[in-house]
Structure formats: structure tokens, C-alpha cells
Design a protein around this ligand. Structure first.
Ligand code: KG4
Ligand code: ZN
Length: 335
């Protein structure tokens, strides 16, 4: 079966052609177009601009990824939530048009479910069950993944995402959006003694909260005043440690609660070196997808649909979009 995956839930437009044969799969072709430069001057993603960028890029990516194989495509899989409404609508309507034009079915996929299954894409030795930390600019959650369509929510942020905490802190340190990777690089360059740690947030509770941590970070940056050199590096290291520690603390809790020691991490923050090291310390049984499949991508969307079809699960064919769509409510049934 040849599936075309389409992803446009936030600020990445992506298409992927994935071939599924029995128990094996192969990425035939994929491409991602990122919009960071469009949003940089606004300090964050502007939903209207993002939707327009998707509209401009979807046909270009289609020409590159799908057009050469147009006759062989069996089905389409498109992200219908969660995400920015206008962005989801652009992708869903584009997919609907293709479905009519090519006379093939189109399935709606939950973006988070794509992230949850992405670690399987290039880790053949990974098997269920595993704990999946999804951590990006828009999402921060931990699920126990026991099979395709079998997800138990352990932890979710009650306010901001960890990537947002990285980006907002980086902004306060003077880095342009999205400054998370630059803050991380500055933190990693610090070799001195550890600074005073940030307060622990949501102690004893499974959920994440980054709003309070962001305030603590803002106060710390304010108190430090104009810092440069080693002091600035130290401040970045304290911020990074605070954010990473809050992720690690909940992963540890999830491991205790579930008894599961297999860990996976996806989402843009999975690029963070400190997070990777701390996850590796928690368990030797850990998996990270290739970076291009950690970030928003269409391979995980096509793969998710292919896996669900393979095990005989339903997928929605109603392409109404769901800006808020907890993955645990989307599973195993027709929406
Ligand atoms: O999954 P992703 O590419 O897309 C969205 O969430 O839209 O994640 C992007 C997020 C941004 O917040 C970015 O600052 C963060 O991932 N990020 C990092 C690092 N690389 C990317 N945060 C911390 N350390 C990094 N090395
Ligand atoms: Zn995502």
C-alpha cells in the first residue's frame, strides 16, 4: 500500500510517500518546508500567515514528492488535529481535493498519535510497550504506548509547552525566535559550578506546568540584570536544567507508575543534548527517532494511518478539523 501523508498543523508543511508491505515499510519520498523565517519578526507563529504559507507550499511539495508516483498512490492521510485551525483546514481541504481528483480515500490522523508512533519508524528493535514523551513548542505529554491505538495518558502540560519555555526564556536572554536551540547551546558551553536551581513545579503531581517555571525564569533573569560571558552561560545552564529536570521528574514518575522502562522522545525539544543524556541515564532502553522525524513531519502521519489500517482500526474519513483533540479520545473508533 502506498500512502501519501500530509502534515500542516503548525508551521511546518510536510509531505511523505510511505510504502507499507506486510510488516515492513519504506519511505519512498518526503519533503518538509519550514516557515521559521516568516514568523521570526513576530517572535512566534502567526496563525494566519502560517495557513497561507501552507497553501503556497503544499502544491510545490506535491510536485516534488507525490506527482512522480501519482498513479500508484492508494490512500491519503492528513493531520486533522490538534493544531492551529486555519493550518489544519488548509491541509484537510487540500487532501480532500486530492482525494476527489485521484479518486482515492483520505483518512484523518491525530498529530500526537503520529508523534507517539514515530519512534517505530526507524527503530526496528523497539517493541510495545514503551513510554513516549512528546515535547515540542506546542505539546508536552507522556503516554504509555501499549500497541497501535492503545495509549494511556500519564502526563500533560496544564499550560505552556516545554519548547515554549525554552523559546520565551531565550527571548528574555536576547535570542531571536525560536531561541530554544541557541539557549541550549549557550547552556552547554558552561563548564563552571552549577547555579542555584529553579523551583520544582507541580511536585507530587503527574502533570507538567511551564507557566510558573517561566515566571521563575523571568524573575531570575531580571534579578541577574545585564549579564555577559560566564554569568550569561550560567544563567542559561540553570534555565535548561530547570526545564529538563521537570521533564525528567515526570518521566521517572511514569516509569515508577507503569513499571515500563522503555523510553522514547519525540518533538523538537528531543534535539536537546541535556535531555537526551538525562533520558539515557534513566534507562539504557531508550529510542529517539531521526531528528527529521522528531520534529513535525509527514512520515509519522502516513505511518500512523498505515499502522492503524494494518491492524484493522478505524480512521476518521470526516475531515472536520479538531484544533484541540486529546489523542486518548481519538483512538480505535470512528470520530
Ligand atoms: O516539534 P517542533 O519542531 O515544532 C513545533 O513545536 O512547532 O519543535 C520546535 C521546538 C521549539 O520550541 C524549539 O525551540 C525547540 O523545539 N527546540 C529545542 C532544541 N531544538 C529545538 N529546545 C531545546 N533545545 C534544543 N536543542
Ligand atoms: Zn508536533
Amino acid at each position: 500500500m502506498l500512502l501519501l501523508g500530509i502534515e500542516s498543523s503548525c508551521d511546518e508543511t510536510a509531505l511523505c510517500l510511505l510504502e507499507m508491505k506486510d510488516d515492513s515499510w519504506r519511505i519512498v519520498s518526503e519533503a518538509i518546508s519550514s516557515q521559521t523565517e516568516v514568523h521570526v519578526e513576530y517572535g512566534g507563529v502567526v496563525p494566519e500567515l502560517a495557513a497561507r504559507e501552507h497553501l503556497a507550499h503544499l502544491p510545490l511539495l506535491y510536485e516534488e514528492v507525490a506527482a512522480p508516483h501519482e498513479e500508484e498512490i492508494d490512500a491519503l492521510a492528513v493531520t486533522v488535529g490538534p493544531g492551529l485551525k486555519g493550518c489544519l483546514l488548509t491541509g484537510a481541504l487540500y487532501a480532500q481535493g486530492l482525494s476527489k481528483g485521484l479518486d482515492i480515500p483520505v483518512y484523518g490522523v491525530n498529530h500526537i498519535e503520529g508523534h507517539l508512533l514515530a519512534p517505530l519508524l526507524e527503530n526496528p528493535s523497539l517493541s510495545f510497550p514503551y513510554l513516549a514523551l512528546v515535547v515540542s513548542g506546542g505539546h508536552t505529554e507522556i503516554h504509555l504506548v501499549e500497541g497501535v491505538g492503545e495509549y494511556t495518558l500519564f502526563s500533560r502540560t496544564i499550560d505552556d509547552a516545554a519548547g515554549e519555555a525554552f523559546d520565551k526564556s531565550a527571548h528574555l536572554l536576547g535570542f531571536p525566535y525560536p531561541g530554544g536551540p541557541q539557549l541550549a547551546a549557550l547552556a552547554d558551553s558552561y563548564t563552571g559550578e552549577a547555579g542555584e536551581p529553579l523551583p520544582t513545579v507541580m511536585k507530587g503531581k503527574p502533570g507538567f506546568s511551564f507557566s510558573g517555571l517561566k515566571t521563575a525564569i523571568a524573575l531570575r533573569i531580571q534579578a541577574a540584570g545585564e549579564v555577559s560571558g560566564e554569568e550569561r552561560q550560567k544563567l542559561a545552564a540553570v534555565i535548561q536544567d530547570g526545564i529538563v529536570q521537570s521533564l525528567i521528574a515526570k518521566l521517572e514518575k511514569a516509569m515508577e507508575a507503569t513499571g515500563c522502562r522503555t523510553l522514547t522522545v519525540t518533538g523538537g525539544v528531543a534535539a536537546n543534548r541535556s535531555l537526551r543524556e538525562r533520558v539515557a541515564e534513566l534507562s539504557s532502553d531508550h529510542f529517539f527517532p531521526d531528528m527529521k522525524h522528531c520534529m513535525d513531519n509527514a512520515a509519522m502521519i502516513a505511518f500512523c494511518a498505515a499502522k492503524r489500517l494494518q491492524v484493522g482500526q478505524t480512521l476518521t474519513q470526516d475531515l472536520g478539523v479538531h484544533p484541540r483533540w486529546p489523542v486518548e479520545t481519538s483512538v480505535g473508533k470512528k470520530i
